[in-house]
Design a protein around this ligand. Structure first.
Ligand code: HEM
Length: 212
């Protein structure tokens, strides 16, 4: 029998629970007077949080040696795409009633929608090519293609900054976290991190030896 990956199970539960709760609140009329805006904001926020968690996996392994988070990266990414798709469907379906002319007008007129849409157009092929089959098919190009998630994450922050009316502290806080996670991928930062980690490991070993 296949061993259960409890971390993966926790991600499935953690990612799907908000969907169930939000759907239940929407269904029961327990949201505000503008439930469509509520679920637009909630799905957008869940998508951003999951995208950030997906970007955090590699640095957590590079700097802390947490190999167990690597298999979660794809899961976080796919759930981020699930919420971004729901977010987009709520916009085109519930909000704009699939009126394509009006939707297109809004996309080109409202710059935050245009940037959100651009981020979504990047996440779409990344989600489609997240399978082992596509990894084999694309070979070296697969990694190159999936680096576009960096641009998508920056576009989402611009989307978030441009859509808030006044208080931009929340989008800027997410922007700072995303910027840090991208910086931790720079080759010289990774090298420094690797050196730091092996030095700490060495110190720890010496400390453990001394206490024996
Ligand atoms: C597909 C194209 C997209 C459209 C049309 C769109 C549209 C919107 C709209 C209308 C709002 C609410 C604005 C308001 O009522 O004040 C919003 C908020 C938001 N969207 Fe998008 N969006 C898109 C893509 C994305 C993507 C791909 C992400 C993240 C991966 C995202 C993350 C967010 C966030 C974080 C918020 C603010 C949530 C909050 O204030 O808590 N959006 N978006």
């Amino acid at each position: 029998m296949q061993k259960v990956n409890w971390f993966k199970l926790a991600v499935h539960i953690g990612a799907l629970a908000p969907l169930g709760l939000t759907a239940w609140d929407f269904w029961r009329g327990r949201l505000s007077v503008n439930p469509i805006q509520d679920i637009t904001l909630l799905t957008g926020w869940y998508a951003l949080v999951l995208l950030t968690l997906s970007l955090a996996c590699t640095p957590l392994n590079t700097f802390l040696g947490w190999r167990w988070v690597l298999p979660l990266r794809k899961l976080f990414g796919l759930y981020a795409f699930l919420y971004a798709s729901l977010h987009f469907l709520i916009f085109v379906g519930l909000d704009y009633g699939f009126d394509l002319a009006l939707i297109w007008l809004t996309i080109v007129e409202k710059r935050y929608v245009l940037v959100g849409f651009s981020a979504f157009l990047i996440l779409l092929p990344l989600a489609v090519t997240s399978t082992k089959g596509w990894m084999r098919r694309l070979g070296k190009n697969w990694k190159r293609l999936h680096r576009w998630v960096y641009l998508a994450s920056l576009l989402v922050i611009v989307h978030f900054v441009w859509l808030v009316k006044s208080d931009i502290r929340r989008p800027l806080a997410y922007g700072a976290v995303i910027a840090l996670l991208l910086m931790l991928r720079l080759p010289w930062v990774r090298r420094m991190g690797g050196k730091l980690r092996s030095r700490l490991k060495g110190l720890f070993k010496k400390g453990a030896m001394a206490s024996v």
